[in-house]
Design a protein around this ligand. Structure first.
Ligand code: HEC
Ligand code: HEC
Ligand code: HEC
Ligand code: HEC
Length: 509
């Protein structure tokens, strides 16, 4: 069945190959499995001491949304007994491998999420944002925003409050749900998925639910990474589910999961588009509704609208603005550029969705101060449409066809959002690349390996063209015609066209 590029390959793109991820890889060697596993004091020390002290006692008492009614969190250490998930070696049982805790501690980037808040970079951000002064948290709600994504388990925040600045990070329950009620049930022989879900366990096996879990932090919703945070040094959250999932170091038997569901990566891409768009629009609505937040929120626009080199002669003037008023701010293309794919096989819904996105674009591009009420109205309409969109991905070849159409439209389309050529915007091109890597040649042909190899090589070439030059955090040279990378946007579009034709040919069309 399907062959995907993501398997066993380095699948990162752009920021995903950034310093933070490489650091996690380096740390693997640092703590020997044996030492961490045998010395429990060592584990505690790892969890608690690595963070420089930060007097967060004031934060401890704050009420947490999730601490309200439902089941309580018990903390990752409750999962770590060696007979449960803290084993050193993989026991010969068919269920879970039982090494999840140690694996998480050593290899999962999430186990360092709390420590990142007080890393030199984190601390500098907190100080610049006025959240921390002289080692003290002075803006509780500002800090609560960071904690919501970096250290979300409220009970450990409280329990660990006497070890300031520490916390377990993004632990087991951040993804698997608060465990108070299911902890003593989930290993029983008579357990059922429905019963465990009723007790608060998240259905992470369901690709749609899994995506929802990741999106809440990686797009926003649990918290908000706005332009203030970005300008202070926070990485910009440009999330795409299939790619992040591919590079996420997995503590479960992923090969087995793929065997059971060869379409998994394609499904994750689809749910990722649908739910990341939903989360992004919901966040727009919250930003517009809440008068205490900065408005207009700068990260709603394309970053490269404001952050770019001025050169003369100007390639931007030569290229034109694709129907926009010269000097107007283009809306960000990251989360909505391909969203019509979620209703690709529903013409009526597709038209409504297209209309709503187009109106949102016009609102953001008409002036530098969009109307909050108007933005809210359109955002809410979009949310309804997205909620009504199908739960299952469309036919893969329809999506390839859709991409093929866009790639052949070289001319500006008077600002029509979904027909815009990808040569105009790095974000749109990068999302097209991510779609191509998730879609796979999906072939059952006997030369599947050859096809996969060819597609991989083509994808790698495209990724190199889209990658930021070293030392840059923006696509310098993607936009303008430079001696060493002539006409990159067109080269990217042409190579994508070649790949799309290859896929269509393999499908016997
Ligand atoms: C509770 C919030 C939260 C949830 C849920 C969450 N993440 Fe994360 N994730 C983070 C934070 C915070 C970081 C940054 C960790 C650090 O370095 O401090 C991160 C880092 C990562 C990284 C490393 C990125 C890099 O550049 O280093 C990957 C990959 C990742 N997450 C994938 C996922 C996937 C896949 C899911 C869903 C299965 C998920 N995350 C769920 C908050 C979350
Ligand atoms: C909406 C969720 C969210 C909020 C709110 C948030 N972060 Fe993050 N943070 C993330 C995610 C996700 C990453 C990983 C980004 C990636 O690699 O794609 C991250 C990465 C970071 C990193 C880089 C970690 C590394 O070593 O690479 C630092 C430092 C950081 N955050 C600090 C903060 C601080 C300080 C705050 C509050 C002022 C904050 N974050 C608020 C989700 C969030
Ligand atoms: C970033 C999100 C995330 C975090 C953090 C996380 N998990 Fe998972 N976990 C998953 C996903 C996704 C799966 C795969 C789907 C599944 O099997 O439920 C999984 C699978 C598992 C499985 C396999 C279940 C099975 O039936 O095969 C176990 C056991 C598990 N996790 C335990 C843990 C433990 C223990 C921790 C903390 C040390 C933890 N997880 C932290 C997301 C997470
Ligand atoms: C409407 C214009 C505008 C948009 C759109 C915008 N920014 Fe900014 N940005 C600014 C301004 C103004 C500053 C402050 C510059 C200064 O302090 O000198 C700034 C500062 C920054 C800084 C810190 C200064 C620096 O150069 O390192 C970063 C990083 C940054 N922005 C990233 C982004 C990212 C990423 C996006 C897209 C999510 C974005 N910006 C969108 C106007 C914008």
């Amino acid at each position: 069945m399907g062959t995907y590029y993501g398997h066993n390959t380095e699948a990162g793109i752009f920021g995903l190959n950034g310093p933070s991820f490489r650091r996690a890889a380096r740390q693997r060697g640092k703590w020997s499995r044996f030492r961490v596993a045998t010395a429990w004091g060592g584990v505690l020390a790892t969890l608690l001491v690595l963070a420089p002290p930060l007097e967060s006692a004031e934060v401890a008492g704050r009420s947490e949304p999730s601490a309200a009614a439902g089941p309580r969190y018990v903390g990752s250490l409750s999962c770590s007994a060696s007979a449960c998930h803290g084993a050193i070696a993989v026991p010969n049982v068919d269920a879970a491998s039982r090494t999840e805790f140690i694996f998480w501690l050593e290899q999962d980037p999430h186990s360092r999420a709390a420590r990142s808040l007080t890393s030199p970079q984190g601390l500098r951000m907190l100080e610049q944002l006025g959240i921390v002064r002289e080692g003290k948290v002075v803006d509780k709600s500002g800090f609560a925003n960071c904690q919501a994504c970096h250290n979300p388990v409220p009970d450990t925040q409280q329990r660990l409050a006497s070890f300031p600045g520490a916390g377990e990070g993004v632990g087991c329950e951040s993804c698997h749900g608060p465990a108070e009620e299911w902890r003593t049930e989930h290993y029983r022989a008579d357990r059922s998925a429905d019963r465990l879900a009723a007790l608060g366990m998240t259905r992470t096996k369901d690709p749609a639910v899994r995506t929802q879990v990741c999106v809440a932090c990686h797009v926003g919703g649990r918290g908000d990474v706005n332009h203030d945070l970005i300008a202070a040094g926070h990485p910009v959250l440009k999330f795409e589910m299939a790619a992040y999932h591919a590079i996420y170091p997995k503590h479960w038997r992923y090969e087995r999961e793929l065997q059971a569901n060869p379409d998994l990566e394609w499904q994750l891409w689809y749910h990722g588009q649908r739910q990341a768009a939903r989360a992004a629009v919901a966040l727009t609505d919250i930003r517009a509704a809440d008068k205490s937040r900065p408005w207009p929120e700068l990260s709603e626009w394309s970053c490269y609208a404001c952050h770019h080199d001025l050169v003369y002669p100007s390639w931007r003037q030569e290229r034109g603005c694709a129907g926009r008023r010269p000097g107007s701010l283009p809306m960000s293309r990251w989360y909505l550029r391909w969203v019509d794919i979620v209703v690709l096989d529903q013409p009526a819904q597709k038209e409504q969705l297209e209309q709503a996105v187009e109106e949102l674009r016009q609102e953001w591009e008409a002036s530098a101060n969009p109307d909050r009420q108007r933005v809210r109205q359109i955002a809410q309409r979009l949310l309804t449409l997205l909620d009504q969109s199908p739960q299952l991905p469309p036919e893969r070849l329809h999506v390839v066809e859709r991409l093929s159409q866009v790639l052949s439209s070289a001319q500006p389309h008077e600002g029509r959002w979904f027909a815009e050529p990808i040569t105009h915007d790095w974000d749109a091109a990068a999302q097209a690349y991510l779609l191509l890597r998730a879609i796979g040649p999906a072939t059952s042909a006997s030369d599947a390996d050859v096809q996969t190899e060819k597609a991989r090589a083509e994808l790698a070439a495209i990724r190199d063209l889209l990658g930021f030059p070293s030392g840059w955090n923006s696509p310098r040279g993607y936009d303008f015609i430079e001696a060493d990378r002539p006409g990159t946007p067109q080269v990217v579009a042409d190579r994508m066209k070649t790949l799309v034709e290859m896929i269509q040919h393999w499908q016997g069309r």
